[in-house]
Design a protein around this ligand. Structure first.
Ligand SMILES: [Zn+2]
Length: 156
């Protein structure tokens, strides 16, 4: 298991002081964290010292980036809570709408666009991409190609 050296050193230092690294339910703890379970409830469930031990472990193991890509899980949590108390109806509706537009990699995709817009972006030159980034201007050829895909966005 060869690792990058400095990372291995840091990991070793972390491991010695970490109650999660040696925890027998480490896998479940990490899965819960990446699944957007609140650190408070993770602490309670697994009998950990405090939330900061969860955060320290998550930093050491780069779990934050993993969790960020896991937006769908966060939305599932909100949607799942709709039977409980403190989630407003509009939050649930917004979450369901967002959920339907986010792919497994956590990227926002409008249904009407997912067919070909990504391909079209790849065909844009650097200058065209820069113009788009600055003021949203799309090249003429792009709008022509995407026209049929974006029709659903215009008011009925
Ligand atoms: Zn740890």
């Amino acid at each position: 298991m060869p690792k990058h050296e400095s990372r291995a050193v840091n990991a070793g230092r972390h491991q010695r002081n970490c109650s999660i690294c040696g925890h027998k339910q480490r896998c479940e703890i990490e899965a819960d964290f990446v699944g957007w379970r609140s650190p408070t409830s993770i602490v309670e469930e697994y009998g950990l010292a405090d939330r900061s031990s969860v955060y320290r472990h998550a930093h050491a193991l780069s779990l934050f980036a993993k969790r960020q890509r896991n937006v769908r899980a966060a939305l599932e949590r909100i949607i799942g809570k709709s039977g409980e108390v403190d989630v407003t109806a509009s939050a649930v509706v917004a979450a369901i709408q967002a959920y339907s537009k986010i792919n497994a990699a956590g990227q926002w995709i409008d249904r009407s666009e997912q067919v070909n817009l990504n391909d079209l972006f790849e065909r844009m030159s650097n200058e065209e991409l820069e113009a788009y980034a600055q003021d949203g201007t799309l090249p003429r050829w792009f709008e022509a190609s995407a026209g049929t895909a974006t029709v659903e966005h215009s008011p009925a």
